[in-house]
Design a protein around this ligand. Structure first.
Ligand code: PAN
Ligand code: ZN
Length: 189
């Protein structure tokens, strides 16, 4: 049996950098279809295409038994009154759980059952370790004025199903109203 060698990565709690790691970037154009206000999205994209979030992965084989881990940095921003968020997904292996440990910033974690009948929204804040049980889709939202940075641990063979969320979105949305963060039903659900 070939042994996989132990290794460290170093996480910078201030910037969310994870070294050595592999970074992916998501711009507004990548997630534009999820935002409620289509006109506002168009107006923003006519001027610029802001970076919404980055994910930096430790390099771990995508095989059963391994634990994948990464940091996510969601930059502060809104389209209209809707805060920046991640695409969100179900795990292809539905029965796999995950933990999000928040290092910096303020957020909300929207989770839904596969049929959307159940939906829960947890607060994310420095020190919160949010448990995403098996079968819940998940999307994180930056509701603050600084980057929201969190560290995720999940089964390396979980796989990511983005297609389902692409079709449906999430049952709840997180908006700013009169300077307050509010969670409302998604009118397009
Ligand atoms: C996280 C997410 C990460 C980015 O590592 O993949 O926060 O969100 P999207 O994958 O929805 O773009 C995770 O939940 N992994 O399973
Ligand atoms: Zn996940």
């Amino acid at each position: 049996m070939k042994l996989f060698r132990p290794f460290n990565v170093v996480v910078d709690f201030e910037t969310g950098d994870l070294t050595p790691g592999k970074k992916i970037t998501r711009y507004l154009s990548d997630i534009q279809h999820f935002f409620l206000d289509k006109e506002k999205v168009k107006a923003v994209l006519a001027k610029e295409n802001p970076l919404v979030y980055e994910v930096i992965y430790a390099e771990v084989p995508e095989e059963a038994g391994h634990l994948a881990h990464c940091t996510t940095i969601i930059y502060p921003g809104k389209v209209g009154n809707e805060f920046f968020f991640t695409k969100g997904h179900l795990h292809e292996k539905l029965e796999t759980a995950e933990i999000y440990f928040t290092l910096k910033g303020q957020g909300r974690l929207i989770m839904a059952s596969p049929d959307g009948e159940e939906c829960e929204v947890l607060e994310m804040f420095p020190g919160s370790a949010s448990y995403i049980p098996p079968c819940w889709s998940h999307r994180s939202v930056n509701v603050g004025g600084e980057p929201l940075i969190f560290y995720c641990i999940f089964f390396a063979d979980a796989g990511h199903d983005y297609a389902t969320i692409d079709k449906t979105g999430f049952p709840k949305v997180v908006l700013e109203r009169n300077g307050e963060v509010v969670v409302e039903n998604n009118p397009n659900w």
